[in-house]
Design a protein around this ligand. Structure first.
Ligand SMILES: Nc1ncnc2c1ncn2[C@@H]1O[C@H](COP(=O)(O)OP(=O)(O)O)[C@@H](O)[C@H]1O
Ligand SMILES: [Mg+2]
Length: 406
């Protein structure tokens, strides 16, 4: 066991590292991050920021020297980094799990080898593969072409409806890429679990996830799915964690087909956006669990702290800033709202800037509340303007806050 006071390291310094750091600090640990961006979201909360590229071997060594154990917040880290650091201190997850999860083609064959259903697909190694297998490939159309590595939030993907579109997309995205059949989705859900070194597993409540333009938009728990689907998803995720002899927090993303089949879309060897509801809704959040596994502490209780309540998590993308600074005053007036902002500079469309969670009596209510508050954040402000005098006598314009019932 690594005692509180020690330094825990994260490879990557995005919002997942920031949320990890906040959880680690609560337990008295210090946190080091490795990230090339001096303004990385986690930089403001980390105790040590090693400002270097994720593939910088000297920086891996610095992390190994300063930390008692190291984890990751993105799969776009060379597996060699974990291998290198593991020679000196514990790492979770290990290099093998990262190696599998960071490459879509490898991940899919690992899952299929372990009897897990995945989306019908084919790996394309070069453009000639298309012509050589045109008949088989045509069966996967309409499809989604995805780069094998480094994609996230729908980036590195293209919808393709014909062989000419596929050829164009492949030359744009590069090889190797994976062509997946476009699945007619009824729903999507994910299982977020933590597995400790002794094999103990704690599974968080399963969220139902809604994506817009390939980016997670909203998650809600408990997922309004049948008990049978729920159990199959949890069993499958557990099986994957065991097959990887996984240590750490693992997310398994599922597609639910119209005929209630479960297909694994992808796995993430780290906490996941669809598990952010756990921060406000569970006894131990996915980040608490990441800290506990890394430090060798017992797993926390992954269950809802208020069973019977539904909780929705809505992402706040840069688009919410389109009309200027969002109207936080109105949103924060809602007693059930928990707002999380990642301290990012520069709101760009599609960029994850923060999220909020809303508790309600039913899943539908939680979703309605979350989406209506989010709409209110970005609606045209200054509906009414009053002019007041400040102490210096200068005129100052103030927009009246929009009331919740408006
Ligand atoms: N083969 C597919 N069929 C239908 N929808 C898909 C398919 N692949 C991706 N999507 C949609 O795009 C989202 C993001 O795709 P995903 O492969 O998970 O990429 P990322 O790594 O960016 O999360 C999915 O959650 C789903 O909503
Ligand atoms: Mg995904």
């Amino acid at each position: 066991m690594i005692h509180p006071g020690a330094m825990l390291g994260v490879l990557g310094g995005g919002q997942l590292a920031r949320l990890f750091a906040l959880a680690a600090h609560r337990l008295g640990y210090r946190v080091a991050i490795l990230d090339p961006d001096p303004h990385a979201p986690a930089s403001g909360v980390a105790d040590l920021h090693v400002c270097a590229a994720l593939n910088d071997a000297a920086a891996w060594q610095t992390m190994a020297e300063h930390c008692a154990a190291v984890t990751i917040e993105t799969e776009n880290v060379p597996a060699a980094a974990l291998e290198h650091i593991a020679q000196r201190i514990p790492v979770a997850p290990d290099a093998r799990a990262l190696h599998v999860a960071q490459d879509r083609a490898r991940e899919k064959s690992f899952l299929a080898d372990h009897g897990v259903d995945v989306v019908p697909h084919r790996v394309l190694h070069d453009a000639a593969d298309i012509d050589a297998n045109a008949a088989d490939i045509a069966k996967l159309l309409p499809g989604v072409l995805k780069t094998s590595r480094d994609g996230y939030d729908g980036k590195g993907q293209a919808a393709v409806n014909s062989l000419p579109e596929l050829r164009a997309a492949l030359s744009r995205l590069g090889t190797p890429s994976v062509l997946e059949k476009r699945v007619n989705l009824r729903d999507e859900c994910s299982v977020i679990l933590a597995r400790a070194a002794n094999g103990a597993i704690a599974v968080h409540p399963v969220p139902l996830n809604r994506h817009v333009d390939g980016i997670l938009d909203l998650s809600v728990v408990p997922a309004p799915i049948s008990a049978d689907l729920h159990d199959r998803a949890v069993r499958t995720a557990t099986r994957i964690a065991e097959a990887l002899d996984y240590r750490g927090v693992l997310c398994v993303e599922f597609f639910i087909t119209m005929d209630e089949r479960l297909l694994v879309n992808e796995i993430a060897p780290r906490p996941h956006n669809s598990g952010h509801f756990t921060i406000d809704a569970c006894h131990a959040s996915q980040f608490d669990q990441q800290v506990r596994v890394l430090a060798g502490l017992p797993l926390g209780d992954a269950g809802l702290s208020r069973p019977g309540q539904a909780v929705a998590m809505a992402n706040l993308l840069g688009d919410v800033w389109d009309d200027g600074e969002p109207d936080w005053t109105a949103a924060l007036g809602h007693p059930n709202l928990r707002l999380h902002l990642y301290g990012k500079r520069g709101a760009r469309p599609g960029r994850k800037m923060g999220h909020m969670t809303l508790a309600a009596e039913s899943a539908d209510q939680a979703i309605d509340l979350a989406t209506s508050i989010r709409r209110m954040l970005r609606r045209q402000r200054q509906p009414a303007v009053v002019t007041t005098q400040n102490a210096a006598g200068a005129a100052r314009e103030e927009a009246l806050p929009i009331s919740m019932s408006a």
